[in-house]
Each structure stands twice: as C-alpha cells, then as structure tokens.
Write a protein that binds this ligand. Structure first.
Ligand code: PMP
Length: 367
C-alpha cells in the first residue's frame, strides 16, 4: 500500500493489510446488518456470532482442547499480573516466578501483594540502573517448588529481545505464561499450560482486549470473595460478557485469526517468522561487529530483534536516517537503549529485506 510505511513498533503494532481493509470496508455497515461493529449491542445475535468466531479461530489455530476456556478481558496484560495471583494462588498462597525481563518483574511485584513468591530463576545482570537481561535460563537453573500454586514465566521478553525456545518443565504444577508478545507466532502445546494470557496489541489486534486461556479445573480456585470483575470464574460463566467487552477489539481478533488460517495456520506463520528473524540476525552477525546483537544467540527472539552500534551517536544517526527512509519505531525501549526491530506476524518479509539493505548501506557509509 502506497501510503503505509514499515512499522517496527513493539506494540500496538502492525496489523495485516487485509484485516485493516476489511475492517475499513465494514466500518460503515456490516454486510446485511446496516450498522457497524462500533454501534451494535454486545447482546445482539450479530455480535454473538463475531464473539464465537473469534474464539473458534483461536481454538483452531492453537488447537485448544475442550477442557480450556477462552476469555476476552480488559485491563491489558498488566491486569493479569494481579488477576493470576488473586485467582490462582489460594489456598497455598505461594507461587514460583521465573524472571527474564521487566515484564516478569512487574508480574512478580503484583503477586507479592497476594502471597509468597519464590524466584525460581533470574537471569538479571548488571548493577544499579544498568541492570539488564540477555538470556533465558536453562532448565537446570530452575529451583522449582513442587508445592507451588503455579509457575509463572514470560515467553517472549519484548524489551530485551529474548524468547523461550520451549516451555520450562514444571512437572504437575500449573504453568502460567505471559505470551503477550509471541502468542500466535508459532504452534503451542496448550496442554502444557494451566493458563496463558496475552494483550492483543502485538500479534492479535488492537490494544484494549486481553486473551486468557485457562484450564477449566483451575477456575475452581477463584474464590467468591474476589471482586466480580477480577474473578475468572465469573468471566467464564458469562462467556466474557459479564460486562461490555471490547467488541471492536474482538472483531479484529476474529479477522486476524481468519487471516492466519488463510495463510495455513501457525506452522506456516512460524516458518515465515523464522525466515524474517534469520534475515536480520544474519545481517547483525555478518557485520563484523558493526552491529552487536543484545541477546545471547540461543535466547534470541523471533519477534523483537534488539541490537546496538558502537556509540549512542551512531545509533541515533541510524534511527534518524531510517525514519526518513520510511522505517518507523526502531528505537530501543527507553530502559535499555539501542535499537529494536519488532517484526510480529503481520510485518512483511519485504520490510525486513528493505531494512537489511538499509543497514548494510548504513554500515558501508559509516563503518
Ligand atoms: N507483558 C509483555 C511481555 C509485554 O510486552 C507487555 C506490553 N508491552 C505487557 C506485558 C503489558 O501489557 P499491557 O500494556 O497490555 O498491560
């Protein structure tokens, strides 16, 4: 599309053009309905069909078994930092957290308000305000409590650009995952998880809707004393319609799942994601040290490629020139600096190729 630029934003992030065009077409009036998704009641038959199709799309893509419930909540992934411990910690009141970045630390902070947190592993390095993470721990580093209420981990660390290549092995303790920045990027074995949550605004849709996939038996842990809107069981009993959900966000999720199924599903998407990330990591690794990858190689993320140049001046120069050339959002997170190319599902291969050409040319001129 002529008037669109390459959007490397970490989230909200690029959406498939087909999805945007379909949403645009139907925004005045859904076919045969005479009203748009922004205007219809969440209790209408039309909306109910959209709600069910969004769930069905996710179910098909992720192969979600029948003993799991799919919820569409609000409050972002950040509210899940609280809802997970509020619902799942009792009665044991202790949980294991694996720390691999800023988001897992934030999740742990909320859990500590509810009960006892055991840090099963942390890969944090550095001192004072120069602390950082650059790797995923090995299984042998995990100090798990077999009696914990659950084990929490962050599958992809959006800020540092690291990603778990496979889930941690946690035995019979329910595994809880913040998959905000890599959900739907590759196939998942849902049966390994007790609960998965993810804000929609990277790989699924707009901000304002959070997906929660929870094994049904865990709903029994939610106590009646919990505030209604914080209670998974209430949301499950009401099919996420206890209150008005983010109808537009769920409609976009429906379109995104349809787009992914049309591509051939998550195996196919995974192949494309590996190809895109490989192009960028090869460019970094073959630059003779001009570009330095932040993450350790075996912990590298397919979604967020983080790297540095020799000086902050050079990094700024690259970002300025890249912005002028139509590459948006390459600045690293304010807490770590450097550069970050977020290349979620909808980011096109040709955009990665164009960035690689640009980086090679920049190195020639400045190396
Ligand atoms: N977890 C991860 C891994 C994230 O990347 C983010 C947002 N970038 C969050 C949690 C917080 O999400 P939200 O803004 O939806 O609360």
């Amino acid at each position: 599309m002529e008037n669109r630029i390459y959007n490397f934003s970490a989230g909200p992030a690029v959406l498939p053009e087909e999805v945007l065009l379909e949403a645009q077409k139907d925004l005045f009036a859904l076919p045969g309905v005479g009203m748009s998704i922004l205007e219809i009641s969440h209790r209408s038959k039309t909306y109910d069909a959209i709600h069910q199709e969004a769930k069905e799309g996710l179910k098909q893509l992720l192969n979600i078994p029948d003993d799991y419930t799919i919820l569409f909540l609000q409050g972002g992934a950040s509210l899940q930092f609280s809802m997970v411990p509020l619902n799942l910690m009792p009665p044991k009141n202790k949980a294991d957290y694996i720390l691999t970045g800023s988001w897992s630390k934030k999740a742990m902070k909320e859990a500590k308000r509810v009960g006892t947190v055991n840090v099963a592993a942390t890969t944090e390095e550095g001192e004072g305000d120069k602390k950082y993470f650059k790797r995923i721990p090995k299984q042998s580093e995990l100090k798990l409590d077999p009696d914990a209420a659950y084990v929490h981990f962050t599958s992809n660390n959006t800020i540092f650009g690291t990603e778990w290549q496979t889930e941690p092995e946690v035995g019979n303790v329910p595994l809880v995952c913040d998959a905000s920045s890599d959900i739907l990027s590759k196939p998942l074995d849902i049966k390994k998880y007790g609960l998965i949550y993810a804000g929609a605004q990277k790989n699924m849709g707009p901000s304002g809707v959070t997906l929660v996939i929870i094994r049904k038996d865990l709903l029994e842990r939610s106590q009646d004393s919990l505030h209604t809107m914080l209670n998974y069981k209430i949301h499950a009993e009401n099919d996420s319609l206890y209150n008005t959900p983010n109808t537009f966000g769920i409609y976009i999720i429906k379109l995104v799942t349809k787009w992914l199924l049309g591509l051939g599903g998550l195996e196919e998407m995974f192949k494309i994601n590996k190809k895109k990330a490989q192009l960028l990591y090869d460019c970094i690794d073959q630059s003779g040290g001009f570009y330095k990858g932040h993450a350790e190689k075996d912990s590298r993320s397919l979604m967020n490629v983080t790297f540095n140049l020799a000086t902050e001046e050079l990094e700024k120069k690259l970002i300025d020139e890249a912005t002028k050339a139509g590459f948006s959002g390459l600045k690293g997170h304010r807490s770590v600096g450097g550069l970050r190319a977020s290349i979620y599902n909808a980011f096109p291969v040709k955009g990665v190729e164009a960035l690689v050409d640009f980086m090679k040319d920049f190195q020639k001129r400045n190396g």
